[in-house]
Ligand binder design. Sequence first.
Ligand code: UDX
Length: 445
Amino acid sequence: MMTKRKMKLLAVVVGLLVLILILYKWNSEQPNLSNFLGMKDEHYSADETIDNKVQDKYGKLLLNQHKLELERVKRKLAGLEQKIRVLEESPYKGAMKKYPPVKYLNYKNRKRILITGGAGFVGSHLVDVLMYQGHEVVVADNFFTGRKRNVEQWLGHPNFELIHHDIVNPLFIEVDEIYHLASPASPPHYMYNPVKTIKTNTMGTINMLGLAKRVMAKVLVASTSEVYGDPTVHPQPETYWGHVNPIGPRACYDEGKRVSETLSYAYAKQEKVNVRVARIFNTYGPKMHMNDGRVVSNFILQALQNKTITVYGNGRQTRSFQYVSDLVDGMILLMESNYTQPINLGNPVEHSIEEFASIIKGLVGGKSEIFKSQAVEDDPQRRKPDITRAKKYLNWEPKVSLKDGLQRTIDYFKMELERSNQDFSELADGRLRDLDPRKLSEIKH
Ligand SMILES: O=c1ccn([C@@H]2O[C@H](COP(=O)(O)OP(=O)(O)O[C@H]3OC[C@@H](O)[C@H](O)[C@H]3O)[C@@H](O)[C@H]2O)c(=O)[nH]1
């Protein structure tokens, strides 16, 4: 029998042995730092200490990390450099931007002018002239056919404001004058959505005349030679009432503009709004859209690309073409004048469309063939403005010859073609692509 003392001694010895065992086990399970870092001792010569091995491997790891970090910083720098280049070329470069010089006008002479459709072809040329003159210009455009690019040189200028707005909805701003130009003007564009074309020219015009009434602004409404329809009187004086098919494919525009004129004189009579009405004849020049679809841009682009020049119908129909700067001068003179009846603004030099195709082919050169194809429904057969009124009341007549104007327009389209070879977004503008008035007029709405 063991004594109590012996038993206690045995328990202490056993306890000590268990403790030693636990300590040994714990020690052997501790991760070896060199193993932890993925080292293998056999890579080192026998006289290297474990500390040296660890430091060496750890240093390599740090070096790799630094290299990776350097690569990341380099990539970030390259990205930033690219962003700076984009900013330098961008119209939104704010403080860096250089604007064309504008005249200083004191507050008495400086007007606040709204141009609806100011980002469009004609509107943007008008914006330029009014800005150079030193006025404050507000452009309202829904960008259906207008483009920000047309007014980009003024973005950020203290005298300029661009509002993305569809004038089918009312606009509440304070202005002294309104040039109401908003509406698609090219036949394939206005036929593309005839209901919208009518709304723009009726509801849109009501909204602008309503605004003019509220703020007592003078308003110039852009009408068109199309109010004469397929004319039976030649050349067309303002006293001619026209010959329009009210249910034909062009009616949305022709009748829309006729209502626009009617509304203008109703507001003048009933609400004492100070109105001007310009009947604009065929106009061309730089800033026309590549996909405009009207004859000047179509023929020039076809000739520049050695494609077939497509004359719609027999080519004996006539038009008289004015250069855009002449039109802009006429509109500003009309706004400044006291003359309130409609006035024709156009160049009376008349050509058949077939002749016109040859003129453009001659100026551009190249190998294009002239091809006569299917006629456009209700295409006006003869058109030439009688500009007696404009001469008498505005002392205005066109100055730019067809040859000079076409040459400037050809140069512009050459640049556009070069641009579009680099930037396909221009041509990929789905809204204005592949529109042909001959196909659109067949659509039954
Ligand atoms: O590629 C084409 C384009 C047009 N044409 C013809 O060229 C003539 C002029 O056509 P456009 O499309 O340029 O313009 P339109 O004269 O028919 O209408 C224009 O009239 C005056 C303005 O108010 C508007 O800008 C527009 O409605 C038409 O006889 C047309 O059939 C061609 O032969 N080939």
